[in-house]
Write a protein that binds this ligand. Sequence first.
Ligand code: IPM
Ligand code: MG
Length: 370
Amino acid sequence: MATHKLLLLPGDGIGPEVIAEVKRLIDWLNAQGIASFETEEGLVGGASYDADKVSVTDATMAKAQAADAVLFGAVGGPKWDAVPYEVRPEAGLLRLRKDLALFANLRPAICYPALAQSSSLKPEVVEGLDIMIVRELTGGVYFGEPKTITDLGNGQKRAVDTQVYDTYEIERIARVAFDLARKRRNKLTSMEKRNVMKSGVLWNEVVTQVHQREYKDVTLEHQLADSGGMQLVRWPKQFDVIVTDNLFGDMLSDIAAMLTGSLGMLPSASLGETDARSGRRKALYEPVHGSAPDIAGEGKANPIAMLTSFGMALRYSFDMGDLADKLDQAIAAVLARGLRTADLAGDGATIVSTAGMGEAILKEVQALHG
Ligand code: IPM
Ligand code: MG
């Protein structure tokens, strides 16, 4: 059996608590001989700043480069509000994305049947929802230069962020999205702001060309990103795969998360280019929710997005889709029994702690396996 090297970066806030539930699952998989994972841990975000005055060290970056996959918890919190911008907790995550060239961020929003009541939207709007947001992750306004605040000397300052996209960046993310659509319901919606932004004009043009050249069998639709956001809450089931840039993807995926019942439900995979020779690709898996400092350490966090992020690692890095399916089934079963973490609380629910939820899901996986 191949041994897979995992780097665990729990980070800040609820990160360590939700990663602990993945460790529980990994320990069991190892003990049973179902899989062989070798794990190592590192610091990132505020935790790294406290120890080393940077949001991620070069040594940790080297470990991330060498790992088969990185499992990331969350970063940030009010404790680090005043640290210099360059070493703020989020900078660690952005360096991991950029240096590992993880340009493709997959954020699947799935509404488990038992949670249709938990969404702030009407159950019929979200029941059976299964959409995939593909967010470009290494370009756009997140990384564009110049990125500055200049003192104009007259009591005014000027802040500049730069939105920039090259053709190849749009082509490669479009291909990831078209490929995914082919394996799903064969429909792709591209979102940008071509009515205001030059980068939107190019985005639209390039996605259209890739479609014409390579993916004519997939249905392609374009929507302006603002209207797309509105459509996401009006009738989300019209979508299959959505492809969009870094900033719009950040916003649209938080919106999509609420369709699933809670931000604590949305996992993500950040993937690099597949190496033609080894067939391997760099990958980082993280829940979309943040560090939730207000509930950190209280056992209130929902570990499901972290667990399903590990499920995405099983699927996309380790070719263990069957096991990932079992994990999904186990989660659906536990939710159907009425178990809920605090974020999902509803009528007749049994509120359990982070560990309680993790244990219940593991028991269910064990039952499915035995
Ligand atoms: C996300 C987060 C990050 C982002 C932050 C923590 C830098 O909001 O992954 O969606 O803006 O990309
Ligand atoms: Mg975000």
